[in-house]
Design a protein around this ligand. Structure first.
Ligand SMILES: NC(=O)c1ccc[n+]([C@@H]2O[C@H](COP(=O)([O-])OP(=O)(O)OC[C@H]3O[C@@H](n4cnc5c(N)ncnc54)[C@H](OP(=O)(O)O)[C@@H]3O)[C@@H](O)[C@H]2O)c1
Length: 434
């Protein structure tokens, strides 16, 4: 490294991830953090005083993004439109950008990529998908010869921690959420975690890489884990399943000569023998099926200070090496182009699955017959019907497992259950991943 000038890094954000980036890059001869923007520059941060005594700290991210003494921008602040503005300014100024920002990449990735290409500089975002688990680079390079047919991922550590604990300890949903927050896994406002949107952002990025298709989170079937109860966890366990929140993207045949892509986020019943079923607590995993490589699974920590910084710094160091080798270009780091064969998003009603349906009913004679009639009218064949005891207030849980059917048929039955007087509620409907 001797004789080469250290590459100067500008850092926007010095919170959880930024702190990890500072720790991993401290005292390197090839690069150094020279400029930092934070919201509260007056706040004393021991680690910054110790590791970066020479760095200039300010409150203005745009000043860091465009500063003539910054060679590479590292964006670890978060936000959507503001972050897009900072990153665009840096790219336009000819600076490579590294980010961990999934919300921004899923929303504005298209324009940011175009800007990076136009200005011939790299835009890297490994940590934006699963933090410390390398997924972007393997999908871009190592698996490039494959036609990916299916991927399914546990992409949100908060949800996976909650579902694991509900299954293992019998915790209710609210207690599981409190514990996830106490452990620092869940955000103060956990809506995007438990509602599935965080998983959808990551799935949108993965779908582009694996299938060459641009799918907005607004167009996906999106369901979170807020309706899952300890009762469903116990029943799933008895039937030989785990309940996991998955992001799924898969080829789904053709309709009117156009290939279909099935992209969705929702909790699933997963056979305990599936490799994803054993991914516990805050861990993340992506299971991928390629036509040449077969099945693969990537597993590790999808959040946290050092795991996320590991992903960010891997990108930073690859850019630094290219700059010092005099070989920096957009092309060497570019994402694969969008596919020439656009795929249509599979309509929700055409999803094929087996379904787990839990009904809370009145404990009256004939209710099972009524359920059978409704299923018959919707064309749903049942694999099993199980009545789970009677509660003190005279209600019964009746659990149906259907055979493989179209979602439209399931929804037709759910509508009829909701309209039926002897059925108090459809307490839960889950799709099975076969
Ligand atoms: N945490 C994880 O495990 C993880 C995993 C994967 C990806 N990410 C992504 O990494 C990014 C950062 O996450 P984080 O957990 O490190 O967040 P964080 O702990 O809240 O830190 C955010 C940092 O950005 C600064 N900041 C925010 N808005 C700013 C603004 N308008 N101007 C200047 N500075 C601003 C904050 O300044 P102050 O310190 O002064 O408030 C803080 O230092 C997000 O995009 C997140 O989605 C995080």
């Amino acid at each position: 490294m001797s004789g080469k000038t250290a590459i100067r890094l500008g850092l926007i954000g010095c919170g959880t991830v930024g702190r990890g980036v500072v720790a991993l890059l401290a005292n390197r001869p090839d690069c150094q953090i020279t400029h930092i923007a934070v919201r509260s520059p007056e706040k004393h941060r021991d680690f910054m005083a110790e590791e970066l005594p020479q760095a200039t700290v300010c409150q203005d991210p745009m000043a860091v993004a465009t500063h003539p003494d910054v060679d590479v921008l590292v964006e670890v602040a978060g936000g959507v439109d503001t972050a897009e503005g900072w990153m665009t300014a840096a790219l336009k100024a000819g600076k490579p950008v590294v980010t961990a920002n999934k919300d921004c990449m899923a929303t504005h990735g298209h324009t940011l990529r175009a800007c990076a290409e136009q200005h011939n500089v790299p835009l890297l975002y490994e940590a934006a998908v699963a933090a410390g688990i390398p997924l972007v680079a393997p999908l871009k390079t190592s698996l490039a010869a494959n036609r990916i047919t299916r991927l399914a991922g546990i992409l949100n550590g908060t949800c996976n921690y909650m579902l694991t604990r509900m299954a293992q300890e019998g915790w209710g949903y609210s207690h599981a959420l409190e514990q996830a927050q106490a452990k620092g896994f869940a955000e103060a406002d956990p809506t995007n975690d438990v509602g599935g949107k965080d998983t959808a952002y990551k799935l949108s990025i993965l779908t582009r890489l694996a299938f060459g298709q641009s799918v907005s989170v607004d167009d996906m079937l999106l369901e979170g884990i807020t309706t899952i109860t300890d009762t469903d966890m116990q029943l799933a366990d008895e039937f030989g399943f785990a309940i996991k929140l998955l992001g799924i993207a898969q080829s789904a045949g053709e309709a009117l000569d156009v290939p279909n892509l099935d992209v969705r986020v929702h909790p699933v019943l997963l056979a305990k023998t599936h490799p994803l079923a054993s991914v516990a607590n805050e861990f993340n995993a992506l299971w991928v099926q390629g036509h040449a490589v077969g099945e693969l699974m990537f597993y590790g920590r999808g959040a946290g200070e050092l795991p996320t910084a590991s992903g960010v710094c891997g990108d930073v160091l690859s850019v630094v090496a290219a700059m010092q080798g005099g070989a920096l270009s957009h092309t060497a780091f570019a994402d694969p182009a969008l596919s020439n064969t656009p795929m249509a998003l599979l309509p929700v009603n055409d999803i094929a699955s087996r379904y787990y349906i839990r009904l809370v009913t009145q404990d009256t004679p004939g209710v099972v017959g009524t359920i059978g009639t409704i299923c018959g009218n919707a064309g749903l064949s049942l694999e099993s019907v199980i009545q789970q005891g009677v509660t003190n207030d005279g209600h019964a849980n009746i659990v149906l497992m259907t055979q493989m059917h179209m979602e439209g048929q399931c929804q037709q039955a759910l509508e009829a259950f909701n309209a039926c007087e002897t059925i108090e509620s459809v307490a839960c409907m889950l799709r099975v991943l076969d």
